[in-house]
Design a binder for this molecule. Structure first.
Ligand SMILES: NC(=O)C1=CN([C@@H]2O[C@H](COP(=O)(O)OP(=O)(O)OC[C@H]3O[C@@H](n4cnc5c(N)ncnc54)[C@H](O)[C@@H]3O)[C@@H](O)[C@H]2O)C=CC1
Ligand SMILES: O=C(O)/C=C/C=C(\O)C(=O)O
Length: 486
């Protein structure tokens, strides 16, 4: 049984609050860890450690040295890949394949890319004329923002946490990370690796706990936190924004989605199935970028539905302990209840259940886990809760369409605007339709293809701001213009 302490000022410490909570395995339901919960005194210690580190060795470190250190950190994470995989799959129930191929390598890449980018980024310079003819020179300077509060979710814990910590540290900030209460392990383990490569103490701090009236709320309200970055549910984003308003702290939010996939009749059907099998079912549908609404042009509707059904029924359910498993459990019993409430609602609303819709039965340890059946519906109107609300499970609703105009209107008829996927072999159509989709990310003939230099984030209720490439550097620094009269 593991115990996860807090990581503050370069050391693992017990929470002064004296409070602990339990962490359960998503794939068996058994208790796997006890976690120390940070309350006011602990949060204060972590934030003060981060604030002090800005004034010490880290704050004075030349940019090139800092970036080299982060490259070393990326290599050290890669060297500890098996440990990170074990920690991540135990907390999340993810298949080993997903952790090995996607999550942990991206954790290392999230440090490498921003260290490389920062090292080679030049500055902005504007020369201006003045009435006396001597002119002036403007230098746009970038300073670290300060102490960054990182609130991260459980669906891809290491990937999403390092996506924030990587650029924050590359820009010279310090961080206090509050990982989800459902996934404390990899953020905690990272403290050990930070120490092993010599990242100065206080630069990276981890506090555990919940959101309201716990570590999350206390961190985002702390007056010495200068910026807050968050990935999670839209309503939580709204709560954090209110908390951040005191003291006018800057925020960067990546929030929920109800993302469409649009399959045109001219699409390569093998590709359409391959792409949407991933976009609907990868990580058991617990991906903010995932597809929960599929729109299929009428001539290929029946073929698409029957082939996606076959694909869903071919998935093998199981956690990291199950050889050959291709789809894992949901993160918690609470989340399973939420997903199942939508399964029940779909039935009440009269959906055609193409496949799934229930809880699978197992005759082994998986019976205690938080599994639900991969599920496909058709036949519901566009204004039903199933088509409008983020479910965050392995499920989608499929609607037929006839024209481009009709499908663009349906795709955009949502309060969200995170991502979309278009399947077509017609490049002009891809360009025409893709440009009209109100979402931060639109993929054509692919999904989750990520170039880390590009902007990442959502419009409407799916977020505030963009991270990725230079956009991360913009959020994690404070600009000042130095105007020198010549
Ligand atoms: N868009 C996305 O990437 C994600 C969406 N979700 C959605 O959110 C639903 C709820 O899942 P949760 O884990 O409860 O997500 P959440 O958005 O409530 O939690 C994410 C993080 O925010 C923290 N938090 C919660 N309330 C807070 C507050 N007032 N102040 C500061 N921190 C706070 C949590 O402790 C956690 O670290 C899921 O059912 C799913 O639909 C969940 C995770 C990620
Ligand atoms: O690739 C990224 O940077 C972000 C991926 C986001 C998710 O997987 C998510 O929030 O579900």
């Amino acid at each position: 049984m593991k115990t996860h302490q807090l990581f503050i000022d370069g050391a693992y410490v017990d929470a002064r609050s004296g409070r602990m909570f339990d962490k359960f395995s998503p794939s068996t339901g058994e208790k796997i860890a006890t976690v120390h919960e940070a309350l006011a005194e602990d949060v204060d210690l972590a934030v003060n450690a981060a604030a002090n580190a800005l004034k010490g060795e880290w704050g004075k470190m030349p940019k090139a040295v800092r970036c080299d250190l982060l490259m070393e950190l990326a290599n050290a994470i890669a060297a500890r890949t098996p440990d990170f995989i074990e920690a991540e799959v135990a907390d999340t129930g993810h298949t080993r394949h997903f952790a090995e191929k996607v999550e942990i390598p991206r954790g290392a890449a999230n440090f490498r890319i921003f260290a490389e980018m920062l090292k080679h980024t030049g500055g902005e310079f504007y020369q201006m004329d003045t009435p006396d003819g001597t002119g002036a020179a403007n230098l746009e300077l970038h300073r670290p923002k300060g102490v960054i509060g990182v609130i991260s979710p459980w669906n891809a814990p290491f990937l999403l946490m390092t996506w924030k910590v990587g650029p924050a540290l590359a820009c010279g900030n310090t961080v206090v990370v509050k990982p989800s209460e459902e996934s404390p392990a990899t953020a905690t383990l990272l403290g050990e690796v930070m120490n092993s490569v010599g990242i100065p103490k206080g630069v990276y701090n981890v506090i555990h706990g919940f959101g309201p009236a716990s570590a999350g709320e206390l961190l985002t309200q702390h007056p010495k936190v200068n910026g807050i970055t968050f990935t999670g549910e839209t309503r939580t984003g709204e709560a954090i924004m209110k908390q951040a308003a005191v003291g006018l702290r800057d925020v960067s939010f990546e929030l929920g989605g109800k993302n469409p996939a649009i399959i045109f009749a001219d699409a390569d059907m093998d590709k359409a199935i391959e792409v949407t099998m991933r976009s609907v079912f990868a990580n058991t549908g617990q991906v903010c970028l995932g597809t929960e609404r599929v729109y299929v042009q009428r001539p290929v509707f029946d073929e698409y539905v029957s082939r996606l059904k076959a694909g869903a029924e071919g998935l093998k359910q199981g956690g990291p302990e199950t050889p050959g498993a291709t789809i894992g459990p949901l993160i918690s019993d609470e989340h399973r209840q939420k997903v199942l409430s939508y399964y029940a609602k779909a039935r009440e609303l009269g959906a055609t259940v193409v496949t799934g819709g229930g809880v699978p039965e197992f005759d082994d340890a998986r019976q205690g886990g938080f599994f639900v059946e991969p599920t496909i519906w058709t036949g519901l109107p566009e204004d039903s809760a199933i088509v409008k609300e983020e479910i965050f499970g392995p499920c989608c609703h499929i609607t037929p369409f006839d024209t481009e105009e009709e499908v663009i209107a349906m795709a955009n008829d949502t309060t969200y605007g995170l991502s979309a996927t278009i399947l077509t072999e017609n490049l002009s159509r891809a360009h025409r339709v893709g440009g009209q989709i109100e979402a931060g990310l639109v993929w054509v003939n692919s999904w989750f293809l990520r170039d880390l230099r590009t902007s990442f984030g959502g419009s409407k209720s799916s977020g505030i701001g963009r991270e990725g490439g230079v956009h991360s550097l913009e959020f994690y620094t404070e600009r000042s213009n130095l105007c020198i009269k010549l």
